[in-house]
Design a protein around this ligand. Structure first.
Ligand SMILES: Cc1ncc(COP(=O)(O)O)c(C=O)c1O
Length: 460
């Protein structure tokens, strides 16, 4: 049954003309949009609907974010009720939903955290960099501890500083030069280990290299290390279990803050509420966004441990308060929606469901290893990557055009999957990151469609 009652080609045509004449889209080439577009008008569960009535199974939860699925009418009611009561006031004052949401987040973190609200994942990381620097100014007066250690192939956002923190040369090239305040190290990308080693005999060479970099830069110049626990940008890289605890130990050894990017990983995605909770670490700064509201409202946050919070506490004359502000941070409507979104997640046990359904989907996708183009299938919960290669033995990358055809085949057969692959030109890992409510039947459809796409590619 179509989710759209009356598809109207004339309406679709008018929207396309209006859009092409007026909108500047992110990251897609307008010349391509002239011939191929999706005009989304409705969505429910894991399905989005084009104005012409075509339905797509959204294997990417929008942009890795609609964790509770589309079409939850109760969130519209929450937003409307809150807007009637208090539409907005700056967060230099307090408001009811933002206080309740911060308390909820603190509880989910296991206690001991305060939350600073912002509007996007980029801003959450950016605020984290600034909080780390300001913390170091308070704790080490007269010193310059300002650098962030980050990993190649990581993605941490679109602002200049978050892009600089990211390790994707291709995304950065048009905006160079950067500041040099962000120092990059090799990622734990075990399928293509940057050191040519294999786990576990590698002895976690990537962490040793991180220590070498910290020592080389001078620990007294470093404010923080930023890591995304399961790296989405590099084609979904799940690190060895000891990786994050060892990075945390390095941070403690050298008095450096641990900043964890949970923008995609957070809110149930990897099978726990937050991915760092798989590894028993206790980050100092945690950036959250996307799943915090399942994108029903734009809201994000920088969550800081109380040891960091305490550094910002003092008499006004000490000038220790957070030295930044943004207009919409702690927006009552966004906070109210985010809070109900999290309550839905808890009520429906969506983190557990992500673990269960993710294991089922991963198993199905591993069945595709019968195709010689499938080099590796990896993931945690419902964050999964299928890396495609020309030759499994040499791991030579698939041609960009061939990879693009596979993605297009899936879309033309009603299944949206993503493209990931870090700093290499045209990453060739298929990313799968559906709403956490995806059913097993819908997972089967993703596997079957990808199977057909790979068969078509084999035949071509
Ligand atoms: C890991 C990670 N961090 C940060 C961001 C930036 O979030 P936003 O696009 O909301 O600014 C993203 C966006 O995809 C991301 O994947």
């Amino acid at each position: 049954m179509s989710l759209l009652n009356s598809p109207d080609p004339a309406v679709r045509e008018a929207v396309v003309a209006q859009d092409l004449g007026n909108v500047l889209h992110p990251i897609v080439q307008h010349k391509v949009l002239e011939t191929k577009q999706i005009v989304v008008t409705h969505a429910e569960g894991s399905t989005i609907v084009d104005a012409d009535g075509t339905e797509y199974l959204d294997g990417m939860a929008g942009l890795w974010c609609v964790n509770i699925g589309y079409g939850r009418a109760e969130l519209a009611e929450v937003a409307a009720d809150q807007m009637r009561q208090l539409s907005y006031f700056p967060h230099t004052a307090m408001n009811v939903p933002a206080a309740a949401l911060a308390e909820k987040i603190n509880g989910l973190m296991g206690g001991g955290y305060h939350t600073y609200f912002v509007n996007s994942g980029s801003e959450a990381n950016e605020a984290g960099f600034k909080i780390a620097r300001q913390y170091m100014k308070h704790e080490y007066p007269g010193e310059y501890r300002f650098k962030t250690i980050s990993r190649y192939y990581a993605y941490h956002g679109t602002t200049l500083a978050t892009l600089d923190a990211g390790g994707m040369g291709e995304r950065k090239a048009k905006f160079e030069p950067f500041s040099g305040d962000f120092v990059h190290v090799a990622p734990p990308y075990c399928y293509r280990c940057p050191f040519g080693l294999s786990y576990p005999t590698c002895g976690l060479a990537c962490v040793k290299a991180m220590e070498t970099t910290i020592l080389g830069e001078g620990p007294e110049t470093v404010a923080e290390v930023i890591v995304e626990p399961v790296m989405s940008g590099v084609g979904v890289a799940v690190p060895p279990d000891e990786y994050l605890p060892e990075v945390e130990s390095l941070c403690r050894k050298y008095g450096i803050l641990l900043h964890v990017d949970e923008v995609i990983n957070g809110f149930g995605r990897t099978g726990k509420m937050f991915a760092h909770q798989h590894y028993g670490v206790s980050p100092d700064i945690i950036a959250v966004a996307k799943g915090i509201s399942s994108a029903y409202q734009p809201i994000a946050a920088t969550v800081v441990k109380n040891t960091v919070f305490d550094s910002f506490y003092g008499d006004p004359a000490e000038n220790r308060q957070v030295a930044q502000v943004n207009t919409y941070g702690g927006h009552p409507v966004a906070a109210a929606v985010a809070l109900r979104n999290i309550e839905i997640m808890e009520g429906e046990r969506l983190a557990d469901r992500a673990a269960e359904t993710g294991a089922y989907l991963l198993d199905g996708l591993r069945g595709l290893m019968s195709h010689k183009m499938v080099g590796d299938v990896r993931g945690k919960g419902l964050l999964i990557g299928v890396e495609l290669v020309k030759d499994r033995a040499t791991k030579e990358q698939l041609d960009a055009a061939q990879f693009g055809n596979i993605i297009d085949f899936c879309r033309d057969h009603g299944v949206i999957v993503g493209r990931s692959g870090g700093g290499r030109r045209f990453g060739t890992t298929i990313a799968i990151c559906p709403p956490l409510v995806i059913t097993r039947a819908e997972c089967d459809r993703i596997v079957d469609t990808l199977d057909q796409a790979l068969r078509a590619a084999d035949a071509g």
